[in-house]
Design a protein around this ligand. Structure first.
Ligand code: TXA
Ligand code: MG
Length: 319
């Protein structure tokens, strides 16, 4: 736990319109006062993030939902009761108090209450909701420790070092319509777990939130080295130094210049936790390319495969 005066100092910076990188349970966030458009602009500048990609607003008190959002129905409170604080982000119609820059002009705002004491204290002490995307350059690997933030971002007023995050991949993002919820970005809270609490929208309708969702970006979370997903029978040139990202302990991982094992025993939750750390180490090593072993696409595996596919999406495939 960082010293209390670090959190105090960071809260003051937020109040004064500055930028603070802070830990959450998922990844580090780059935060600013969500109600101050001049502060929020700095997030987009520091991350080199396009202004069409809306931010998540972090709260520390359930009362903030109705302060920031319209038409909050019973389903939201059911979800909050079951999953908050925790890695679930809910997209809801916004009130005027939320500046357009936060939501990229959309009529909805993404809200979550992080399960991390440092983050909750920071929001509480700052006395305002905190808008925060992951604290990485746009499209690059998400940070799961303070060093990862330092590696990528220079225009940050203060970084609170809260050690390694405990979940490792970004929150599950959902939209809600009268028909039910839809997953916009998979995370460790799975569709099945949410469906246990409220109904799912099984239609193919795409609402405004769906159109603006992170799922639309095919390339994201990318290491600075080329990356691909391993297929049985694939051949890689011997001249290339290959970094292998293995799901679990396997003999094949030994054949590569460097290898990282996400979970020795093949546990998906552990694999999610280790994913970005392993990718950062491979990115920082002397390998020429990264080859990732696919993981079983069930439960949390859906979110891991989403990140692996986006990380390995090649520029030329965009068109
Ligand atoms: O775990 C997380 O969610 C982390 C921590 C810091 O909270 N944050 C995070 O933020 O991953 P970011 O900005 O990297 O990803 C948030 C995603 C964006 O890709 C954005 O497209 C989507 O949430 N989003 C935000 N507001 C939205 C809205 N109104 N409608 C649809 N999607 C939205
Ligand atoms: Mg991000």
């Amino acid at each position: 736990m960082p010293e209390e005066n670090h959190i105090k100092k960071a809260a003051k910076i937020i109040q004064d319109g500055g930028l603070v990188a802070f830990p959450t349970e998922t990844v580090y966030g780059l935060g600013a006062n969500a109600l101050d458009p001049d502060a929020v602009i700095k997030i987009f500048e520091a991350k080199q993030r396009p202004s069409f990609d809306p931010l998540i607003v972090h709260i520390c008190d359930i009362k903030d939902i109705s302060r920031l959002c319209l038409n909050v129905d019973e389903r939201v409170y059911k979800l909050a009761k079951r999953f908050w604080p925790g890695p679930l982000t809910i997209v809801l119609p916004k009130k005027k108090i939320v500046p357009d820059i936060v939501t990229s002009g959309l009529s909805t705002v993404a809200i979550r209450m992080p399960a991390n004491d440092v983050a909750l204290q920071l929001i509480d002490k700052a006395g305002c909701p905190i808008a925060a995307p992951s604290a990485n350059k746009f499209g690059k690997l998400s940070p799961t420790k303070a060093e990862h933030v330092m590696k990528q971002l220079s225009d940050v007023d203060f970084i609170i070092d809260g050690g390694k995050t405990t979940v490792g991949i970004e929150s599950t993002v959902i939209s809600l319509s009268n028909a039910g919820f839809k997953i916009l970005r998979p995370g460790v809270i799975t569709e099945e777990e949410i469906e246990f609490i409220i109904p799912r929208d099984n239609s193919n309708n795409i609402n405004e939130a769906g159109l603006a969702s992170p799922g639309l970006l095919k390339s994201h979370y990318s290491p600075t080295k080329p990356m691909c997903i391993f297929n049985d029978g694939d051949y890689y040139p011997e001249s290339k130094k290959i970094g292998y990202l293995a799901f679990q302990k396997s003999k094949s991982a030994l054949n590569y210049t460097k290898s990282e094992i996400l979970s020795e025993k093949g546990d998906l939750k552990e694999a999610a936790l280790n994913l970005f750390g392993a990718l950062h180490r491979l990115e920082d090593s002397d390998v020429d390319m990264i080859v990732a072993e696919p993981v079983p696409e069930v439960g949390i595996g859906v979110a891991i495969m989403d990140r692996l596919r986006k990380a390995s999406y090649i520029e030329s495939e965009k068109y």
